[in-house]
Design a protein around this ligand. Structure first.
Ligand SMILES: [Zn+2]
Ligand SMILES: [Zn+2]
Length: 473
């Protein structure tokens, strides 16, 4: 079998929660019969010219009564059931279809010649029925569903391309183990200068794998103000070199109390905040870093298709803005493209007794839904709506006391607690010692100096307008 000529990186990214359900259903089905098949139905996102991501929106593991017959030599679904799948997921939703089956044994499986023949036929069946859409992706696992191989068929059914399968939060291979190889088998090895290697000598105890993963991680930072700048400085120092920065604001004198290395000259020169954070990263890495600065609000930035792709391609989206509207947009975008999202914020007030109360909050909604910033009440939708209102309405809202007339109070040390804890969380996720599969919501309360951790189970909202987008089965 040939590999198709245009080399494109395909990846299939299943959210940890969906993967857990699917795997459980497959294992259960295997208990009854030896041979089983499961399906994912996917949206397709063209991330760049050479990179395509498939994101499942629904899954099906047929029960025994859906089969015409089931045996080790083959599986045939009942025609009615197959027609139902095709009509629901391919005709109505125009999804791409993923066939998953297992081979007995625990070693890494290979596609058999029977698989080749059946799948090739199926790929041709699809192109005869659907002129422009619906490709076949197929996957084979060992009997414990731990070791995958995935491929995508061309429409003529005579060539395949390898598909990267990931079911972890960031989608990094070996995210939960110390990795031995790079991100993709065909990506060139990182060539580090001796200075860069020496720079990370004091964090080598975390393993070479972590350093490599961080070096390959790309982060889209929305909001380059008081929290975002510290976050970028710290995560940059930890080893992250690929950044997309989005913020429409410029540095002002009132920002100088909390932005590391920002100067009155920058304020006088009306530097864009993205330009300033870019300079922070470039100060760490004179070479070898890639920083794209987009001086626009997130809402405006996402109007540009190239920027959308750029942010959708990031491994992680971090939102550290000072308003609810942009957080809502970031969450909706993260759900649409199934991107990991980290949300940072602080709040500072002085009580009538004169004692300041300070809070910082770090929220990581689960990948692909379950709960989100909106249904978890992490952001306030009413405020988000007011923030997006035209200026006249904004004035009315201010007079009615819905919005503050001045910027929120803010100090470096509090932003620092927020940003540094968030950087620790990123290290924990990449290093595999912190699971955020169920989501995470931590609130720091000062001067009590308590970390309050919301139980993510309480946040789960099955019928959220924003995040329960999974197509019903
Ligand atoms: Zn097989
Ligand atoms: Zn939600």
């Amino acid at each position: 079998m040939n590999s198709s000529q245009k080399t494109c990186q395909h990846s299939l990214h299943v959210s940890p929660a969906m993967w857990q359900q699917f795997r459980q259903a497959m294992l259960q089905a295997r208990d009854d019969r030896e041979e089983v098949i499961g399906f994912f139905f996917c949206d397709r996102h063209q991330i760049s010219q050479r990179s395509i991501r498939y994101i499942p929106k629904a899954w099906v593991v047929p029960s025994p009564d859906c089969y015409e017959y089931q045996s080790a030599s083959g599986l045939v679904l009942k025609q009615d059931f197959h027609r139902y799948l095709i009509n629901t997921y391919l005709r109505q939703h125009r999804f791409h279809i993923v066939h998953v089956h297992t081979h007995s044994g625990r070693e890494s499986p290979c596609f058999s010649s029977i698989d080749d023949r059946h799948e090739s036929e199926y790929a041709r069946f699809l192109s005869s029925r659907f002129k422009t859409t619906s490709r076949l992706i197929s996957g084979v696992f060992d009997e414990r569903l731990q070791q995958p191989k995935f491929r995508i068929w061309n429409r003529r059914g005579n060539a395949v391309d390898r598909v990267n399968f990931c079911s972890t939060w960031l989608g990094l291979p070996g995210e939960n183990a110390i990795p031995k190889t790079g991100r993709f088998e065909n990506s060139p090895p990182e060539i580090e200068t001796p200075e860069i290697e020496e720079m990370f000598a004091r964090q080598r105890l975390f393993g070479e794998g972590l350093q490599q993963q961080l070096g390959e991680l790309s982060v889209a930072l929305i909001g380059c103000g008081g929290i975002g700048a510290i976050f970028a400085e710290m995560l940059g120092r930890l080893g992250v070199k690929q950044w997309t920065l989005v913020d429409g604001d410029r540095i002002e004198t009132v920002n100088l109390n909390r932005m590391p290395a920002a100067t009155p000259k920058m304020a006088a020169g009306r530097w864009h905040k993205v330009q300033y954070v870019k300079s922070l990263i470039k100060r760490i890495y004179a070479t070898g870093s890639r920083v794209k600065a987009i001086p626009a609000t997130l809402e405006d930035a996402l109007q540009d298709p190239a920027t959308r792709r750029e942010i959708a391609a990031a491994d992680l989206i971090v939102v550290a803005t000072d308003n609810h509207r942009s957080r809502q947009i970031a969450q909706e975008f993260a759900l649409e493209y199934m991107r990991p999202l980290l949300c940072l914020g602080t709040h500072l007030e002085v009580k009538p007794d004169g004692i300041p109360r300070a809070y910082c909050r770090i929220t990581v909604p689960p990948l692909g839904g379950g709960w989100c910033l909106m249904c978890g009440n992490i952001i306030n939708l009413q405020r988000a709506a007011l923030e997006s209102a035209p200026p006249e309405l904004d004035g009315l809202a201010r007079r009615a006391g819905y919005l503050d007339g001045v910027g929120d109070p803010s100090v470096f040390w509090l932003n620092g607690i927020c940003a540094s804890t968030a950087v620790g969380i990123v290290q924990g996720i990449v290093g595999g010692f912190l699971s955020v599969d169920a989501g995470l919501d931590w609130i720091y309360d000062f001067p009590h100096s308590n970390w309050l951790k919301t139980n993510p189970e309480y946040l789960a909202t099955p019928d959220c307008y924003f995040c329960s987008a999974e197509v019903g089965v």
